[in-house]
Structure formats: C-alpha cells, structure tokens
Ligand binder design. Sequence first.
Ligand code: OSB
Ligand code: MG
Length: 373
Amino acid sequence: MNTSVRIDRIELRIVPLSLRERFEISSGGRQERSIIVVTVHGEGETGWGECVAAEDPGYSYETTETAWHVLRDFLAPAVVGRELRHPSDVLGAMSWVRGHPMAKAGIEMATWELWSRLEERPLAETLGGSMRAVPVGVSVGLQKSDDALIDKVAGYIEAGYERIKMKIKPGRDVEMVASVRKQFPDAALMVDANSAYTLDDVDLLRGFDPLELMMVEQPLAHDDIRQHATLQKKLKTPICLDESIRQPADAMHALDAVACGIINVKPGRVGGFTNAIAIHDLCRSRNVPVWVGGMLESGIGRGHNVALATLPGFTLPGDISESRRYWEEDIVEPEWDLSERGHIRPVDAPGIGVRPMVDRIRTEAVRKEVVES
Ligand code: OSB
Ligand code: MG
C-alpha cells in the first residue's frame, strides 16, 4: 500500500475523435469530439483521466476551451509538487477554484487512476467496488423519424442492452415514445429531455405516465431543483436528475425536496470520484437508486465509469455502451465490449485495466501542455 504520492507533472492533450454517428440531443448535435486527455505523473507511474466537458456549452457552461484554460492555468499548477496522502486530497488542492467540476474531475479521476496503479489493484477495487459485471444500457439520440428510432431501438435490444434511453424534445416526445412502446411492450425504456421543458408542460409530461417508463431524465431547467419537486408531485413516473446535480450538496437538496426518485451520477460532472462516491453513499442510505451516466467518453473515461458502476448502490443499468457504438477505433486496447448479455466487466489489471494507446494519443493530439513543478 502506498502512503502518499507526490505529483511531479500533469500533461494535458486534446485528442480529436469522430463519432461513428452524429449524436443529437434537445440542445443540439455533435459528430466531432475534442477530448481532453489528462495524465498525472508521480512515483514513476502515470495515471490516466479524461475531462468530460463538451465542445459547446449546451449541456454545461464548461466547454473544452474553458476546461483547458482552467486546467492549464489554475488547477494543474495547484496540484503539481503536492504530496497527497490519498487521491481525495486533490480536491482540497483545487477547492479555491470555484465551480468547474468537469475540469477538476479530469485531474481528480486521473489521480485515483494513478493511485490504483501504485496499489497494483483494479480501479474498481480502489474505489470500493468489486469486479462484478455491471448492467448497461444505451442512450439513443434524436432520430429523423419514429421508424428510424424503432430500428435503432430494435438493434440495441438485439445486441443485449438492458435498458434503452431515448432523447426527447418538444414535438418529438409522447407520441414518438408511444410508438416505440407499442413495438416493445416489455422493454425497459426511459427518456432524457436535457432540460427542454418547463412547468407549463406538466400536462404534456403526464402523457408519459401510461407508457411505463423507468424514469424521465432532467425534464426541466439545468440549474433547477425546486421546479422538479413541483413536477414530481404531479408525475407518476420517477424523475431522474442529471444536469441539476453538480456536487454532493445538490443531491442532498434534491432528495430533501423530493425533486427526483433517481439520480444519474456522472463522476466527470460532479468533480470526480470522491464526490460521485459521496452521492452514491447518500442515495444508498436513503434507498434512492443511482446509475452511472455517460458523456460520450473515449475508452479512458469509459474505464472510469465502469469502475465506479461496480459500487453496490449502482443497481440500475448505466449509460455505458461498447466502444464500437461510439468510435471506429477507440484509444484503448482492448476496446470495451459487452462481456455477457447486457453487461460490461471491469478488466482485472491495475487502474482502468485497458491500455491507453500512448503513441496514437501522442501523435494525434492537436494540443499539448505540460505543467511541472
Ligand atoms: O444527458 O446523459 C446525457 C451525452 C452527452 C451529453 C449528455 C448526455 C449524453 C448521453 C450519452 O445521454 C451517454 C453516453 O452514451 O455516453
Ligand atoms: Mg442526461
């Protein structure tokens, strides 16, 4: 067991990756990703991380560019040269920076990954999880027509995914989902609005209740909790919060207000693993189910999400799909595949288990910064 780690150097790279298919949500679409890959170096080892900030501020105010600025100019300099007794200490070193949980998570999660490599244990175990296979689902973007959506859903059910999430927006909602439900009467279905509705839409949203959905994710404003509580009183379907939960205190407020029945935990959205585990523990103590969401990560961030999902409170399938669902060729070896029907298994090797393609990441990076002590 290591007792401490000194962070000597942090490297930041932007790696461009093309999605195999354009991914469309209520706030816009995306085909090209610019992924910030973070490596944290110390004690002769490298820890791998990824910042989940998107290219535009349609999901969060953080973008690749704001995260790059905050990581390079403030967060990395606050961490290099530090002696950490535990990976959770790294949050303290960055806490003077307000907000920017995605940028912070890039370093925090890479530091946990480094720690688990130094412990020579899989990240799942370092985080307090186990080597269990985790149930996974898929998030289907907005499609051109109901028929196109039904085809997509059929393919994913065939591939074994345990739960299908459909993106919705005004004009592409209750009727569209009803047509999918008609085709797949027994499938575990849910919807994600990415904040496309307001309380004026209560009657419309109640139209989902007869469709027996597992949950409706983030129907109202990204920064709201109270209005979700008002809506939850009027809906039979549980609300799941995503954008609204940016730190453990948000989860506490949401549960106290009964603003949701389920929480989507994305470690990259809440400042990293320490906060993600705190939200998991809080929800578990209150019998609120949680699941691990996704942000179109490369195989590096996917490895983090798989590891987190092995904690016992993550009882619902995560948005953790196979590498081939996103990329022609992922940047890790082996790629992430379903290990058995509807499940992905953590890899039994230190850290995320899979190997980042170091040469490819170095040569394909379009931007690089090294922060040293
Ligand atoms: O709202 O969960 C979301 C992707 C990008 C931004 C926001 C979301 C999503 C997804 C995709 O739903 C999940 C994934 O497969 O990574
Ligand atoms: Mg969501």
